[in-house]
Design a protein around this ligand. Structure first.
Ligand SMILES: [Zn+2]
Ligand SMILES: [Zn+2]
Length: 125
């Protein structure tokens, strides 16, 4: 894959981000006139396929985050959309499954959805 300066910029934005970002959010943070939105989309999907990024969906929007930081996942409140970074607990399981099925894993994704404590209280859950 050719890493153009613009693509590097996308990766560095995600490396510095404390939360997953959508293509639109990344586009807003790029220098003006560097890339158009559809190029940002294409680059993100490519990085995801290459295993450089993880992807989670929220309200039908894809959010991306870097795999270069400590590997981690997210727990997302479906009501207020607050995101919590969580540790990965599926590496061993994934390795076992890969051995069983002679599967070569490139990457994995896992997102936990639910209601945060504040929303549970606000909604009388
Ligand atoms: Zn919440
Ligand atoms: Zn993981």
């Amino acid at each position: 894959m050719r890493i153009t300066p613009q693509r590097k910029e996308i990766l560095s934005i995600l490396n510095k981000a404390s939360q997953p970002l959508s293509a639109e959010m990344i586009y807003d943070r790029l220098p003006k006139d560097s890339l158009n939105l559809s190029t940002v989309y294409r680059s993100l999907e490519l990085f995801f396929t290459e295993g450089l990024l993880s992807k989670s969906f929220m309200n039908h929007t894809a959010y991306f985050y870097s795999n270069h930081k400590d590997h981690h996942h997210y727990m997302i409140c479906v009501h207020c959309q607050k995101m919590y970074e969580i540790d990965c607990h599926i590496h061993d399981m994934a390795d076992d499954l890969a051995n069983q099925h002679h599967f070569k894993i490139t990457h994995h994704d896992m997102t936990v959805y639910g209601y945060c404590q504040a929303c549970q209280e606000a909604l009388n859950m």
